[in-house]
Structure formats: structure tokens, C-alpha cells
Ligand binder design. Structure first.
Ligand SMILES: [Zn+2]
Length: 410
């Protein structure tokens, strides 16, 4: 019997997009994919599946409650951007820090560790103290003037009280339709994972999914909620072994990496354009630093050695790409995953305006077939495929249909 594929393609997912961005119009990417799939006769072999939106509780299996509430309220206003969504929390915390520091100074009891502990207690559970330190730059948070016996805010913290701080704005616009679509996407990813693990489905494709830049308390680069992380977390709770996350989107999956950097049960193989030539070093977010997509970023603590980042030079060809892929393939195979999440972003195709690559659908086809083989080897075929990036409609629809053809024929 010929293979069949389950696909989540409700218009509610396709609505993800921005009227202001000609290359990211709501509905356009999903419609282009479905038209192409129909033209190729692929829909004959597809079973379309639906799921509703994710609940707050489901989103909070990764995202903080304060972040979800902040996204909802900011998107309801349909204005501004979300990339600085935690900025109000941070600004409140910095104001508190300033007040606590000044009180300690006034009492002659300036003690950096006491002030930090008070701040950490106040921030929880909105965001972790480490995240906060990351945000400001740990060295610049507090300055202890030993001569004067006082503490004061460092330059990094002071800068956060200034509304002109570039971190307070970003490209991820706050739109009610995007928040709704993001919930549907997460609902689909969770439903698909549940059905795959229950044995109802084996291979699933969700074209409008794979929003891998979202962090626990931060929207980043058009990503609100991180559907790959939600799916992986759910699978970790159902399985005893390793879950593999393979990401070929041309941008590194920084949100997924950060979520599982210390988790040994999540093995990550991520091929992406060198972070020194692509996001986050874009005109839209020039202030970003410390991008974790370098080869030496291989996980932390108990997760060390369980992540593989492969950075591509600009203008990488199919042959060069597939040679690099063999390292990722061997890395994943050695971990014997019980479930694989594959982020099949096609924004590395030569036609895509958001990257600097020369890839063709031949590379997408070959990698997808080999991911299928990996899933068949150790995971009982259990494979969730998330469409990821792709911002030039011709290339995107061809890329995603190439993925579907590989999933159906392998
Ligand atoms: Zn991308």
C-alpha cells in the first residue's frame, strides 16, 4: 500500500504573517504550498488533520506565564512590536534595583549579593535571573564603588531605563492575528506529537510551523511561541530515551538550542548560515550579540556534547552542503533517537531573499530522505516535520513539496 502523510494545513495556521511585509503576507505561503501540492497530485496521498489552538497551560510548558500574558495584551492592541516584550518587566526590575541600591546606600549597607538576591526573588517567576543578566550584560548590572562604600547601576542597566534602547523595538510586530495563528500552530504541533507517539500517525508535516527563534520569555525575529520546543518537551515526558531535533532552516534555531542546551536527552543537529553573515547581524536587529550558532556551541552542563552546530559559508552549493550534512547525520544516528523533529526550512534555496545561499531542491530532497531513514532506523519511523522558513513563494512551494514527495516516497 502506498505511503500516506498527515498534514495540518488549516487556514488558521496559514494566517501567520504580516500585511506590512510583502514577502510574509498572511495566507500566501500556505496557499502557494497547497496549490503546488494539488498541481503535483500530492494531495491524493495526504490526510489533512485539524487541531485547535494551544491553551495558555500548553504554551506555559515552555514560555513563562508573564510572557504569554504580555504577548496576548500587546497583540490585542494591534500596534508596536514584540521583540522587546519583556522590556517592561526588565524596566520594572531595573527601577526596583535602583531603589533597593539607593536604600542600601542610605543605610550604609551596600552589598551587591544582597541586592542581587532581592532582585532575583522579585523577578521570579516572570523570568530567571540568568536570563535577566543575559539581557543586560552581567558585568554591567551593578557597580560596587569600594572607596565610597556604595553601589550603583552599571551603564548596561541604566541604558535599559531609556526608551530609545534598540532592544525595546524589533521586527516582530504585535498583531492579534499573528498571536491567534501562533496558538493554532502550537496546537497542531502538540496534537501531531501526541498522535505520533500514540501510534495513530507516523510521519506528519506542518508547513506553517517551526518558529524556532522564540525564547521562554522573549519574542524574536517573527517568532512568538516556539512550537518545536513544545513538541519536544511533550515527547520527553512520554519517552525514556533521546529526542533528536534536526534543523536545516538557514537561520540557527537559537530558541530551541537555548531551551535544551543543558538537556542531555535532546540531541540537536543544526545547519545554518554562519551567524556572522546572517541573523542576528541584520539591519533590523543590529544590537544582537552572543549568537549561539558556532561550532563550539555544543551544549552546556549535562547537555555538553549533545548539540551540533554547523555554520555554512555564504554561497554554499548542494555538493558542499551534503558533505557537511553527513556529519550531522552521523551525530544523530549515534544518539539512537526515539522521535525526530525536523525543521525543514527552505530559506537556504538560492531564490530566497533572506539568505546568501545557492542550494537547490536536490539538497532538500536528499536530506529529507536521509532524515526519514534515521527515523526508520531507531525511532519506529516517528517523524514530525515543521516547514520553517521560506520567503520567496516560488521557491518555498517547490521546497516544501519536495519535502512532501520525499516523505511520501521514502
Ligand atoms: Zn529561517
Amino acid at each position: 500500500m502506498p505511503r500516506r502523510l498527515h498534514v495540518y494545513a488549516d487556514p488558521e495556521l496559514g494566517a501567520y504573517g504580516y500585511e506590512e511585509k510583502a514577502w510574509y503576507l498572511p495566507g500566501a505561503r500556505l496557499e502557494a504550498f497547497l496549490d503546488e501540492a494539488r498541481a503535483r497530485g500530492l494531495t491524493e496521498a495526504i490526510d489533512f488533520v485539524s487541531a485547535g489552538p494551544a491553551t495558555d497551560a500548553q504554551l506555559q510548558s515552555f514560555h513563562t506565564a508573564a510572557y504569554v500574558a504580555s504577548v496576548v495584551s500587546r497583540c490585542a492592541k494591534d500596534e508596536g512590536s514584540l521583540d522587546g516584550a519583556v522590556a517592561p518587566i526588565v524596566q520594572d526590575a531595573v527601577r526596583l534595583l535602583k531603589a533597593v541600591s539607593e536604600a542600601a546606600n542610605a543605610q550604609g549597607a551596600a552589598n551587591v549579593s544582597v541586592v542581587r538576591a532581592q532582585l532575583a526573588a522579585t523577578l521570579a517567576p516572570a523570568m530567571s535571573f540568568d536570563t535577566y543578566m543575559d539581557y543586560l550584560g552581567a558585568e554591567q548590572l551593578l557597580v560596587h564603588d569600594a572607596t565610597a562604600g556604595t553601589i550603583r547601576l552599571g551603564a548596561g542597566a541604566e541604558a535599559f531605563l531609556c526608551s530609545a534602547n534598540p532592544r525595546l523595538t524589533g521586527p516582530t510586530l504585535a498583531r492579534v492575528g499573528v498571536e491567534r495563528a501562533a496558538r493554532w500552530i502550537c496546537g497542531a504541533a502538540l496534537d501531531a506529537t501526541r498522535r505520533i507517539l500514540a501510534g495513530d500517525h507516523q510521519r506528519v508535516f506542518i508547513p506553517i510551523a517551526g518558529f524556532h527563534h522564540a525564547h521562554a520569555a522573549e519574542a524574536r525575529m517573527y517568532c512568538l511561541y516556539n512550537d518545536p520546543v513544545l513538541a519536544i518537551r511533550h515527547a520527553l515526558g512520554q519517552l525514556s530515551g533521546t529526542v533528536a531535533y534536526i534543523d536545516i532552516d538557514i537561520h540557527q534555531g537559537d530558541g530551541v538550542y537555548e531551551a535544551f542546551a543543558e538537556e542531555p536527552r535532546v540531541v540537536i543537529a543544526d545547519l545554518h548560515e554562519d551567524p556572522s553573515t546572517l541573523f542576528p547581524y541584520t539591519p533590523e536587529q543590529p544590537s544582537e550579540q552572543n549568537f549561539p550558532g558556532r561550532h563550539e556551541d555544543h551544549g552546556r552542563g549535562a547537555g555538553a556534547g549533545r548539540k551540533l552546530n554547523i555554520a555554512l559559508a555564504p554561497q554554499t552549493t548542494d555538493a558542499e552542503y551534503l558533505a557537511l550534512w553527513t556529519e550531522a547525520e552521523a551525530f544523530v544516528r549515534a544518539s539512537k533517537p526515539q522521535f525526530i523533529v525536523f525543521e525543514s526550512g527552505v530559506d537556504g534555496l538560492a531564490s530566497d531573499p533572506l539568505s546568501n545561499q545557492c542550494l537547490s531542491t536536490k539538497a532538500i530532497d536528499e536530506v529529507t530522505r536521509r532524515v526519514c531513514a534515521l527515523a526508520d532506523e531507531s525511532a519506529g519511523g516517528r517523524l514530525l516535520v515543521l516547514g520553517g522558513g521560506g520567503y520567496e513563494l516560488e521557491g518555498t512551494k517547490r521546497g516544501w513539496c519536495t519535502v512532501v514527495e520525499a516523505l511520501l516516497s521514502t
